[in-house]
Design a protein around this ligand. Structure first.
Ligand code: C2O
Ligand code: CU
Length: 480
């Protein structure tokens, strides 16, 4: 059977729902014990992946990338039995959900990692709605494919739409070789080599560079994927004329900021990081690692259109095909760029939150913390306030305090900063900035956010470029 911290609580909740109460229990079941339990099982294991006819081996949840979609309703209890069939330790983090600390999945901080052949049960109530994701929180396992979408439908849906698609963006990189330590080192240098290769490609106009000999020769790394599909065998999203289509854009990629546009259409942004915003119409959405955007599209322009996710700083793009039912148009070519990519791009200053979701107003904080993001591209060490995790002091926040992080990025790299266990309000100067859990801080930019430290425990705060996070740009925030 499964062993885990959540296992003990689970029985009581199930019994409450079934009306089988212990004799000692006199009170009618509370709303909490009556909640439905959404049950899932995930197995982390090695798998053979077919990337448009190229066979590669990697790690994931289930048979394919991404892992299976977890979907439940707001206020339900999510219970996930995880089996670790990997040759190394693992955990799962529920990215964006304010879970109880011991369910947060940060190995060595909120739980002991799940050993090879071990099991663990995660179980918690989900009080918020929106588009989230789950992923491994050990090393750079995420990069191999240990990620999946997690959708929480609201108690009352206020948005009207006819159809929805979840689009999961990845910059998949094969790391399954050698010992874990060797892999880590190789993965880091592969990410460096990638940048060089991109440069070379630009100059030579050829695909890729010299791939390591054990890799399939026709695979260009990283592979830019949407829902696990490479550009030459894309997913086709079928729509009908006149429909309102909701797209949930999720970016669990390890090192890629995407610019997403849909040829022949505009997108109306309705949510960021699961939280509603005043609708704003744009042509391009810039989505950092760890961020999510929900958009609505009016299907009013029949044809077969490119839905492109351009990998910022490269010549590459991931793509899907947005096809109207019955449209005979050929697929756009894999590298065809929608003109919309040069159109109006979404920035945080255009977003206004429409509800509170537990994040305080900007202004009159109880505690202001300067957060400096620093790094050295030579040594590839990345720091927060001059300290590289794990040799770093925790940052303390009092329970119930309104805390303001004033971040300054002194580097030449963008850093998507992610706070666990809480939402925050991005200060975009309007007083009604968007409520998020991950925010891109661009090179040389200053950016502040405010949050209410109401979830006790030790929470990770880190860059979601996972190679930066692994090389120091992580901190523990103690809420006590
Ligand atoms: Cu999605 Cu600590 O991460
Ligand atoms: Cu970073």
């Amino acid at each position: 059977g499964f062993i885990g911290m959540a296992g003990l609580g689970a029985g009581a909740l199930v019994l409450g729902g079934c009306g089988v109460l212990s004799p000692a229990r006199q009170n009618p079941p509370t709303a909490r014990s009556a909640s439905r339990i959404a049950e899932y099982a995930l197995e982390a294991s090695a798998l053979e992946l077919d990337l448009g006819g190229r066979k590669v081996s990697t790690w994931g949840y289930g048979k394919d990338l991404p892992g299976p979609e977890i979907r439940l309703k707001q206020d339900e209890i999510l219970r996930v039995e995880v089996r670790n069939r990997l040759p190394e330790d693992t955990t799962i983090h529920w990215h964006g959900l304010p879970v109880p600390n011991r369910m947060d999945g940060v190995a060595g901080v909120t739980q002991e990692p799940i050993k090879p052949e071990g099991d663990f049960v995660y179980e918690f109530e989900v009080p918020v709605s929106g588009s989230y994701m789950y992923h491994s929180h050990v090393g750079t396992q995420l990069d191999r494919g240990l990620y999946g979408p997690l959708i929480v439908e609201p108690r009352n849906e206020t948005l009207s739409y006819d159809r929805e698609y979840t689009l999961v963006l990845d910059d998949w990189l094969d790391g399954v070789r050698g010992t874990p330590e060797e892999e880590m080192e190789k993965l880091k240098s592969d990410r460096g080599a990638m940048a060089d290769m991109e440069g070379m490609e630009g100059m030579l106009g050829t695909e890729g560079g010299d791939a390591p000999p054990q890799w399939p020769p026709d695979v260009v790394y990283p592979m830019y994927l949407i829902n696990g599909k490479p550009p030459d065998s894309p997913e086709e999203l079928e729509v009908r004329r006149g429909e309102k289509v909701r797209l949930r854009l999720l970016n669990p990629s390890s090192a890629t900021i995407y610019r997403v546009a849909l040829q022949g259409h505009r997108m109306t942004v309705t949510h960021t990081d699961g939280q509603p915003v005043e609708p704003v119409e744009v042509e391009t959405i810039r989505i950092g690692m760890g961020e999510r955007y929900d958009v609505l599209v009016e299907a009013s322009n029949p044809g077969a259109w490119q839905l492109a996710a351009h990998a910022e700083g490269t010549e590459k793009q991931a793509r899907a095909v947005f096809r109207y039912r019955g449209a005979k148009d050929p697929r756009p070519r894999p590298d065809q760029r929608p003109a919309e990519l040069a159109g109006r791009m979404l920035y945080y200053d255009a977003l206004r939150a429409t509800q509170e979701a537990g994040a305080p107003e900007s202004g009159s904080p109880d505690r202001v913390l300067p957060i400096t993001l620093n790094g050295d591209e030579e040594t590839y060490v990345w720091t927060i306030n001059g300290q590289a995790f794990p040799d770093a002091d925790p940052i303390e926040a009092g329970r119930g305090e309104r805390v303001r992080f004033e971040m300054e990025n002194t580097t030449m790299m963008p850093h998507p900063m992610h706070l666990h266990g809480h939402f925050f309000r991005v200060d975009n100067g309007t007083g009604r900035g968007p409520i998020k859990d991950t925010v891109l801080v661009d090179p040389k930019q200053r950016l502040a956010f405010d949050w209410l430290a109401d979830n006790p425990g030790d929470w990770a705060f880190h860059c979601h470029q996972i190679y930066h996070a692994e090389r120091g740009m992580t901190r523990i925030i103690k809420v006590a």
